[in-house]
Design a protein around this ligand. Structure first.
Ligand SMILES: Nc1nc2c(ncn2[C@@H]2O[C@H](COP(=O)(O)OP(=O)(O)OP(=O)(O)O)[C@@H](O)[C@H]2O)c(=O)[nH]1
Ligand SMILES: [Mg+2]
Length: 365
């Protein structure tokens, strides 16, 4: 099954809307409702620690019982986000054909009648870190894996088999021999069955994983086998989240991600990588469309010119494509305003990166 944004997530996933924020008299530290200060729930990166926790503690957690945490790791472009979306049953992570699309750890909740898995989709593991952003993205990988009860390492079946040591090293470090690890051989639809068998054999022989399962995340083939493997390995805990919610990032996180996806799809070469998207204002209006103001930060004026295009046409195209998906996602009409700004070398600026929500860490309970 192909996933689309029109598969609407439950509105519960929003933590605080503008009205709640006003009521609570909160001044956000950064535009995307994320900061280094970490919510006590240890999952989200939201800045409003106390209230967020207040809100969530009634969500069914009992004492210190366990949920199942699953980290989805792998190199860029292997299909981690596609697999995570399929497992959750909703498009939470953006997907493009370009490597390094995912920059944060994205939490998805997969609830069944008798289980609840909490999945972390992560940025692709890269060896060469060109910018501080890359380093912080790798921190996000580690923060997803540090509490994981099990790890899925996704590899691309089309690629020549290769060791996964560096992926495990980056992700789980010293813990690598302690957590059950499944190698997910993805994109099996792109190779012949005989080749799949050879790849399986190679990975079974030359990697230190508990099992190898071939899947085609894009078409949903083998995804149930992955879930069964996770369930077979782990003790079941009580549901932490209400069964009908799929994530707990605030809506503005998904709005920014949708705009970023459209940038990746519309622009080429370095441009998408030089873009950061922030939601600067999100106003819910009872008698009018929601008003969303987004800024796209680029590193150079030349990139700004490309983004805007001749007579603003490119930016208009981008804003329309983003708005349509945002409306699908939120299931309501919105007014979307997109502005492009230049902040030189933001990818190297630790302060800015933190403001943009990278490098948040997870607090162990
Ligand atoms: N044919 C085929 N394509 C797939 C499959 N899974 C993912 N893809 C494609 O592979 C590309 C990358 O998918 P993503 O899910 O964004 O990969 P990722 O590992 O999350 O990538 P990063 O976030 O950049 O690390 C997209 O074009 C997907 O449509 C699959 O099973 N079969
Ligand atoms: Mg991804």
């Amino acid at each position: 099954m192909l996933l689309s944004l029109s598969m609407k997530p439950d509105r519960n996933m929003a933590l605080l809307d503008d009205y709640e924020m006003e009521e609570l008299d909160f001044v956000p530290e950064n535009p995307n409702h994320r900061s280094e200060s970490v919510c006590k729930c240890r999952i989200c990166c939201c800045a409003w620690e106390a209230e967020c926790w207040e809100k969530k503690k009634n969500w069914g957690r009992r004492g210190r019982e366990r949920e199942i945490y699953v980290a989805v790791l792998g190199k860029p472009n292997v299909g981690k986000s596609t697999l995570s979306n399929q497992m959750v049953g909703q498009k939470l992570s953006i997907v493009t054909d370009k490597p390094q699309t995912t920059r944060h750890r994205v939490l998805g909740i997969c609830s069944g009648p008798d289980h609840q898995m909490i999945l972390y989709d992560t940025p692709g593991v890269i060896e060469k870190k060109m910018h501080k952003l890359d380093t912080m993205m790798m921190k996000n990988v580690r923060s997803a894996a540090v509490n994981a009860d099990c790890v899925l390492v996704v590899v691309d079946a089309c690629k020549v088999p290769a060791k996964i040591d560096e992926v495990l090293e980056e992700g789980v470090g010293d813990l690598k021999y302690k957590v059950p690890t499944l190698l997910v051989l993805n994109k099996k639809d792109l190779i012949k069955p005989g080749e799949i068998a050879k790849r399986l054999e190679w990975y079974e022989k030359f990697t230190d994983v508990d099992e190898v399962i071939p899947v085609s995340a894009k078409y949903g083939h083998g995804v149930e086998d992955v879930k069964d493997w996770i369930l077979s390995k782990l003790p079941l805990g009580p549901a932490y989240y209400p069964k009908d919610i799929a994530s707990e990032h605030p809506e503005r996180f998904f709005v920014a991600e949708i705009v970023r996806e459209k940038i990746f799809l519309q622009y080429r070469n370095e441009v998408p990588y030089a873009c950061q998207v922030n939601v600067v204002s999100y106003k819910t209006r009872p008698n009018a469309k929601d008003f969303i103001q987004v800024e796209v930060i680029v590193e150079r004026n030349t990139q700004k010119i490309i983004l805007i295009g001749k007579e603003g046409k490119a930016l208009k195209l981008l804003a329309t494509a983003a708005r349509l998906d945002i409306e699908d996602f939120l299931q309501k009409k919105v007014f979307l305003e997109v502005e492009v700004k230049v902040k030189e070398n933001w990818r190297q600026d630790e302060g800015l990166l933190k403001d943009y929500g990278y490098g948040g860490h997870i607090q162990a309970l």
